[in-house]
Design a protein around this ligand. Structure first.
Ligand code: DUC
Ligand code: ZN
Ligand code: ZN
Ligand code: ZN
Length: 468
């Protein structure tokens, strides 16, 4: 079996920081040994291939629990395929994604999963798993939930937004939550009052308010917090754990914090775009704001401090990307003259680890919290821990040798995502993945891509019942 030794680095996990060497055997981490110990000296003299990590961190590969590769939306598809999107993720030190398989209205949940499995099969550079989106909750889809959970799809997303497309009413959401409470699945909710939003969209367009910035104005923070509150109460009634995706409004954070203070199994996720971007970007010149159209929308800058505080207090527990890229030319411009036709979503899978590391550099969060938010908690939340999300004997050797001092300027000219703009164009960040391993194989090293489509394998996830 191939043996690789990562020497000289500072191992950082959610739990600890250790000056330790990491021995990899095949696809797994075999053992850690403290620097200078007899064990470490014995390893150094063996025939293991050496990766020098002096002056670097050795961290678990990132786990991005929220991506949308090749997602159909508004007559087009998000522009990254599983091949291009997972390659870009690898460049940025992310080694596992969880994408969303969509049940079409009138179709079965399984049919949606099969479509997504076919898109991903043989294409991925890194490991991948699926959540299922329920767009049509009825007796047969509820039954399907049970079998899918047994097959490793252990989380289901419901939309309180997008009437006529993905939307579920409260009764359907309650039923799905009840089923999840019974079969151990985690219910995820897109919490925005889509019925009310559609009224405001119609009024805005009728009044000639058609620019991208109106996307943010109609999708009001109050309609996010109202839906968040409602989702929490429904989850309480069902006795189900709840995961609220892409939280952006301070008022929604307050709802989650209140629920958590009561001891409820309610968890919140946010994304880099809500931490680093704002309605100032959405109000950019001309049609530029379309680059920043996503849902939930970007908020006024003052919301950012609420999100950062919640990341420190654990009222928000995960940072994922909601990576859902659409090209500015040819896709976003479908909404010229009508913001409601701009495909919703932003690129981000490549830069999550670095943007969050920038928050470490700036003293907003600590190093271990960085790994907890980006690796360990998403792995645990979605039933993949400790196989993913940590550096420990028996874990998959998904590892990143991270250079905390490397300077980079984010730009569409140098990124690897298949999209013609960067939401962070020109932003300087300190820190970068130097060497990335996926299940023991080096897939990125010092600016060279060494991975291949199909190396990434499907991860069958455990239930999330342990959260209760
Ligand atoms: N929000 C987005 O911005 N894109 C995809 C779906 C979603 O809920
Ligand atoms: Zn959503
Ligand atoms: Zn609290
Ligand atoms: Zn999403």
């Amino acid at each position: 079996m191939a043996r690789t030794l990562i020497t000289g680095g500072l191992v950082v996990t959610a739990a600890e920081e250790l000056e330790a060497d990491v021995l990899i055997e095949g696809e797994k981490v075999a053992a850690l040994a403290l620097r200078g110990s007899d064990t470490a000296r014995t390893w150094a003299e063996s025939d293991a291939e050496i990766i020098d990590a002096a002056d670097h961190y050795v961290v678990p590969g990132g786990v991005d629990g929220h991506t949308h590769m090749e997602m159909p939306f508004g007559g087009t598809h998000s522009s990254d395929t599983f091949e291009t999107g997972t390659r870009a993720a690898a460049w940025g030190g992310t080694t596992t994604i969880v994408d969303f398989a969509i049940q079409r209205q009138g179709g079965s949940v399984r049919a949606g999963v099969e479509v997504w499995a076919a898109k991903a099969e043989g294409k991925c550079a890194i490991d991948y798993a699926f959540h299922a989106i329920l767009s049509d909750v009825d007796d047969s889809s509820l039954k399907e939930m049970d079998t899918l959970v047994e097959e490793g799809i252990t989380s289901f997303k419901l939309f309180m937004a997008y009437p006529g497309v993905f939307y579920s009413d409260d009764g359907r959401i309650l039923r799905a939550m009840q089923r999840g409470a019974a079969n151990g699945a985690l219910t995820m909710v897109h919490a925005e009052n889509g019925i009310a939003i559609d009224v405001l969209v119609e009024q805005a367009l009728a009044e000639g308010r058609t620019d991208p910035r109106h996307h943010g104005e109609v999708r009001k923070a109050l309609l996010e917090s109202e839906a968040t509150h409602r989702a929490i109460q429904l989850a309480r009634v069902a006795g189900a754990p709840l995961y609220v995706v892409h939280v952006s409004a301070g008022e929604a954070v307050e709802e989650i914090a209140r629920a958590r203070d009561k001891g409820l199994n309610v968890f919140g996720e946010t994304c880099p775009q809500y931490l680093f971007l704002s309605t100032d970007d959405l109000a950019g010149p001309g049609f530029e704001g379309a680059k920043y159209v996503c849902s939930t929308p970007l908020r006024p800058r003052e919301h950012q401090e609420h999100l950062w505080r919640a990341l420190r207090t654990d009222d928000l527990s995960v940072v994922s990307t909601d990576h859902c890229p659409f090209c500015f030319t040819g896709q976003k411009d479908l909404g010229l003259g009508d913001f409601s036709r701009i495909p919703n979503g932003m690129p981000g899978v490549e830069h999550r680890m670095d943007l969050l590391h920038q928050a470490v550099v700036e003293g907003r969060i600590g190093r271990r919290r960085w790994i907890e938010l980006a690796c360990a908690t998403p792995a645990r939340m979605f039933g993949m821990y400790p196989r993913k999300g940590t550096v420990a004997p028996g874990a998959d050797a998904d590892l990143v040798v991270y250079d905390p001092r490397a300077e980079q300027t984010i730009s569409a000219r140098t990124h690897h995502m298949n999209v013609d703009y960067s939401a962070y164009e020109g932003r300087d960040v300190t820190g970068r993945a130097r060497t990335v391993l996926s299940r023991g194989r080096v897939i990125v090293d010092r600016g060279t891509y060494l991975g291949r489509p199909g190396h990434g394998s499907y991860v069958r996830r455990d239930t999330c019942g342990h959260l209760i």
